[in-house]
Design a protein around this ligand. Structure first.
Ligand SMILES: [Zn+2]
Ligand SMILES: [Zn+2]
Length: 307
């Protein structure tokens, strides 16, 4: 039996996108049109304008070059009062969220934040915990029972700004505990610097979905099902289990790691490693892969859960 998180459909398409960005509707420096143009020019297939506490309605802007995903980023609080940012994404409309309108919590407490997030999940939104390391959040501060579909493990904007955009350890710790979350990656760009500048926070972290087609519905389906990988550089072309054999196929990398719900990890090293075939050790509750290139940039698959 073959198992994979990637959509098993010969007609499926791979689509590259940014799920997290800010326009002039919040603290971003580029207009939505400027953002669209920039992402089309850089070969992206989809984009979410996720302004702070504001839903920028971009549904009318979807075309055959760039699919627009709907959403916003919410200022919330963790249970102990720490600032956290929550992400909500959807394909078309969510009851109670008005287009081009502020969305604000009535009160910034952990309880109100959690209730709002569960409510959005119930109404059909994809719910994500953003940049946990930037929020100085420890994984132990997130309960096993939580409203999230995913945690943002790559946040290029905060990585570039303060070296705090890597949520991969946070994610590993959640997975070790048996909490099932997908891992996404994005730019979280504000464009305070020109796009071609060294200080630009665009085009560094992305999510690639394997979807039925380019529609917002198909892209959201891929997100909900974990049919995607996230990366700061390398590409992953396949990741699956054939019986007890693990297969990873990627662009040329130096290291491929396979990990489970605990150590030990398996690895393959080399100058131009593009494939790793190995066997399950037998006790894994999940398997996932990380492919790292010579520049230290990583691509992460989602876990294939075995229990
Ligand atoms: Zn944020
Ligand atoms: Zn943001």
């Amino acid at each position: 039996m073959v198992r994979t998180t990637f959509l098993n459909d010969p007609n499926a398409v791979w689509l590259k996108g940014n799920l997290h960005s800010h326009s002039t509707n919040s603290d971003g420096k580029l207009t939505i049109d400027e953002m669209r143009k920039a992402y089309i020019e850089h070969g992206y297939d989809f984009l979410a304008i996720s302004d702070h506490d504001f839903y920028s309605d971009t549904r009318a802007l979807s075309d055959d070059k760039l699919t627009m995903i709907q959403g916003f980023e919410l200022y919330g609080n963790a249970t102990d009062g720490k600032d956290i940012h929550l992400h909500f994404l959807w394909e078309d409309a969510i009851e109670g969220i008005e287009p081009n309108t502020k969305v604000k919590l009535p009160e910034r407490t952990g309880e109100v934040t959690s209730r709002f997030s569960y409510d959005m999940r119930k109404k059909g939104a994809f719910v994500q915990l953003n940049h946990p390391h930037w929020s100085m959040l420890a994984s132990t501060e997130v309960e096993d029972e939580n409203p999230y579909h995913a945690v943002e493990i790559i946040n290029y904007g905060t990585e570039w700004l303060e070296n705090t955009g890597d949520g991969s350890v946070f994610w590993s710790e959640m997975l070790y505990r048996g909490v099932k979350l997908w891992g996404t990656g994005s730019d979280d760009n504000h464009n305070g610097a020109p796009l071609d500048d060294m200080y630009s926070d665009s085009f560094g972290g992305f999510t690639v979905v394997k979807a039925r087609d380019r529609s917002p519905k198909a892209i959201m389906e891929a997100l909900f099902n974990g049919s995607f990988y996230t990366s700061t550089g390398p590409s992953i072309y396949d990741f699956y289990l054939d019986g007890d054999e693990i297969h990873v196929v990627c662009s040329p990398c130096e290291r491929i790691f396979i990990s489970g719900h605990t150590r030990p990890y398996q690895r393959k090293l080399g100058r131009h490693v593009t494939e790793f075939v190995t066997k399950l050790k037998g006790s894994e509750k999940l398997v996932r892969a990380e492919c790292m290139d010579a520049a230290g940039r990583s691509a992460y698959t989602n876990p294939i859960y075995l229990t």
